[in-house]
Design a protein around this ligand. Structure first.
Ligand code: HEM
Length: 200
């Protein structure tokens, strides 16, 4: 519970900040939304999140490109079955590569680009029914804490973006930000993210 609950939210926050630094236009747009909705108020409440539509799109797009558990949890076929024309013998371990599905050009236009707007005019959600987008998995063993997981990212991200402006250290520009992922069951940044805040 602790590992599944803390690590996932923390890496999503790191990737969201990384993508926002890489995409300054998106950063400006999400900050403008926050500052408009909060109207100079310092404290952000959980109830404010429902008005932060663009922030939610930013998080969805972050989870599409950087699902914290890129291969979900392993499954095992209990009986012999067929999926997409492939014969799966009984007792076979099956891994679902949601990282790859989230970047498949069959389902996504410009799949490697960070475009939160792609979610604004469609009904694709994270409930495990839209198989092209499964950051919380699907079926009986899907993440039991999706709502908690999302608020764990939404609130801190809103606070970081509302109170501060962010840039890379030593005058580096967004092209310098290395987005390499580390290989493993959990999708982390290979190199730590260092950012410099300035008061808004
Ligand atoms: C951004 C946040 C989170 C993401 C993206 C996420 C994603 C996932 C994924 C992909 C799975 C595997 C689902 C599958 O294989 O179908 C999973 C399982 C699980 N998650 Fe989350 N999770 C998040 C937050 C949390 C939090 C906050 C908790 C608890 C406090 C939590 C508890 C669990 C547990 C206990 C499982 C195992 C469920 C089982 O095996 O039946 N997760 N999560």
């Amino acid at each position: 519970m602790f590992s599944a609950g803390t690590h996932t939210s923390a890496v999503t926050l790191q990737w969201a900040m990384s993508e926002l630094i890489k995409n300054p236009k998106v950063m400006r747009k999400v900050q403008a939304e926050l500052r408009h909705v909060l109207k100079g108020r310092e404290r952000i409440y959980e109830s404010d999140i429902q008005d932060l539509d663009y922030l939610k799109l930013v998080i969805k797009e972050t989870l599409r490109l950087h699902p914290p558990l890129p291969l979900l949890l392993p499954r095992e076929a209990r009986v012999k079955s067929e999926i997409g024309g492939y014969q799966i013998p009984a007792n076979t371990k099956v891994m679902i590569n949601v990282w790859k599905i989230g970047r498949d050009p069959k389902y996504w236009i410009n799949p490697n680009n960070f475009i939160p707007e792609r979610f604004s005019d469609n009904a694709i959600n994270m409930l495990g029914k839209d198989f092209e987008f499964l950051p919380f998995g699907a079926g009986r063993r899907m993440c039991p804490a999706m709502n908690l997981g999302l608020i764990n990212v939404e609130l801190p991200l809103a606070m970081l973006l509302h109170h501060f402006n962010w840039e890379l250290p030593d005058g580096a520009t967004s092209e310098h930000l290395d987005m390499t992922e580390s290989f493993g069951a959990a999708l982390k940044r290979k190199h730590e993210l260092y950012l410099v805040p300035s008061a808004w």
